[in-house]
Design a protein around this ligand. Structure first.
Ligand SMILES: NC(=O)c1ccc[n+]([C@@H]2O[C@H](COP(=O)([O-])OP(=O)(O)OC[C@H]3O[C@@H](n4cnc5c(N)ncnc54)[C@H](O)[C@@H]3O)[C@@H](O)[C@H]2O)c1
Length: 422
């Protein structure tokens, strides 16, 4: 689909409007949310290793700070653009609101293919980008985190650059840092763990016995791999998993420990050999015989082309945007329960919040405290969304947006409304 046909920001506005109307809000109540509070576009000149100067384009967008400082990742991608970053910033506002952590939403990015840059070039790019966005970030203003093609190391460079300009160490300016410099234990696994918490609760409220369900997971990276480990170690039957090379299926349940060790060795699933497993394509995984389907790879995986054939009764969206609007309608008609991405994959931002709390209080939590508090927040959020879904007879996705938009608009009103300074 071309950029012209699909504008993520227009898509976000459509969802916002639909949810606000369901809530009975007046357009004046949510007008503020239709525009980001701040959009910053920067040019980032760096000296390349060959001595030439190259200028990259970067962005930081703050969608809403009604409920607290803005929060959201920074991605390095050749297709990054302002409309995408604007939409992702708004989705962060909704994600933080649905799990009720005191943040607004933001997102940032640099239009760059990081695989084409050396490590030294990447360091220079990250540091110069940080100085360009420095006036609008900070522990009380806007706290970046890793996203596509950025990681703990990149966060460490951002923290170091920001701290140099402040003249002292400011760990709370970013989250997702290495534990050695103020990162939180449990942050790396948090999104996958959150996905399993939502899955177990969804099974429970729908009277499905976790010990007998079959689970299929698309994507064996950080999120899918962690979720698979947790399910397997708890004795659940994971019948299918995949990576970008394809998947494997076994009706009796896969040896996840063996598969994870195989992948950790730098291998891919197409090379995995075991007499008990059948090799399948990623599309076959989506429609395979299972009770719970967890897309944990990319966006746009469940589409109008495969939604009708899906056999799962529950879908837990671990990836961002794995289901198209058309597929969503088909799934609703089939009474498939879809736990939406803004709820299901919020575990990462929740533990980012814990990291920031630890940083600004200069203390550390242990893993038990991190996981216990994550569990509590995810369960509360799930049940609030599930109850509203039941009460208003709307799908879980709509209910999640309604919860989020109500919280953000209420915060805005309590602060005096958008025109209170006028
Ligand atoms: N990591 C987080 O904290 C986090 C938080 C929220 C949302 N998410 C979302 O979860 C998804 C996965 O993130 P991750 O951190 O696990 O990424 P990752 O890069 O660690 O893993 C991605 C996995 O998807 C597989 N994959 C890639 N292309 C594929 C394809 N065409 N078909 C099938 N599988 C394919 C890869 O082989 C890999 O196993 C993304 O949509 C991401 O935006 C991640």
């Amino acid at each position: 689909m071309s950029q012209k046909e699909y504008n993520p920001y227009e898509n976000m506005l459509a969802v916002l409007k639909q949810s606000a109307e369901k809530l009975g809000l007046d357009p004046d109540d949510y007008a503020t949310l239709c525009y980001p509070e701040r959009e910053l576009k920067v040019s980032i000149p760096i000296k390349m290793d060959d001595g030439k100067v190259k200028v990259f384009e970067g962005y930081r967008v703050q969608h809403s700070s009604a409920r607290g400082p803005c929060k959201g990742g920074i991605r390095f991608h050749q297709d990054a653009n302002m409309d995408e970053v604007k939409a992702l910033a708004a989705w962060m506002s909704f994600k933080c609101a649905v799990v009720n952590i005191p943040y607004g939403g933001a997102k940032g990015g640099i239009k760059v293919d990081p695989s084409k840059l050396s490590r030294d070039e990447l360091i220079r790019l990250t540091r110069r980008y940080t100085t360009r966005i420095l006036p609008i970030i900070g522990p009380d203003k806007d706290i970046p985190a890793p996203d596509v093609n950025t990681n703990g190391e990149v966060m460490a460079w951002i923290m170091d650059t920001y701290s140099m300009f402040q003249g002292h160490c400011v760990p709370g300016v970013v989250t997702g840092k290495p534990v050695e410099i103020g990162g939180s234990v449990g942050r790396v696994e948090a999104t996958g763990r959150g996905v399993t918490i939502i899955t177990y609760e969804c099974l429970k409220v729908n009277d499905m016995d976790a010990s007998s369900v079959a689970i299929a997971i698309q994507g064996m990276g950080n999120v899918g791999g962690t979720a698979a480990d947790i399910f397997y170690n708890n004795g659940q039957k994971v019948v299918a998993v995949s990576d970008y090379t394809g998947g494997v299926y076994c009706e009796e349940g896969l040896p996840i420990n063996e598969i994870r060790a195989f992948l950790a060795g730098g291998n891919t699933l197409n090379d995995y050999q075991n007499d008990k497993v059948t090799h399948i394509t990623n599309d076959e995984l989506i429609t395979c015989k299972c009770d719970v389907l967890i897309p944990a790879a990319l966006e746009n995986q469940i589409t109008a082309d495969n939604a009708e054939a899906i056999q799962a009764k529950i879908i837990v969206e671990a990836a961002n945007g794995p289901t198209t609007v058309e597929a969503d309608e088909i799934l609703n008609k089939k009474n498939v329960i879809v736990c939406p991405d803004i709820l299901s994959n919020a575990g990462g931002v929740v533990v980012s919040y814990f990291e920031w709390v630890q940083n600004i209080q200069s203390l550390t939590w242990d893993l038990e405290e991190v996981n216990r508090t994550l569990n509590k927040i995810m369960l509360t959020a799930f049940n609030e969304v599930a109850e509203l879904s039941k009460e208003k007879e709307v799908p879980m996705r709509m209910a999640a947006y309604m919860v989020a938009i109500k919280r953000i608009t209420t915060a805005g009103k309590l602060r005096g409304g958008p025109i209170s300074l006028g």
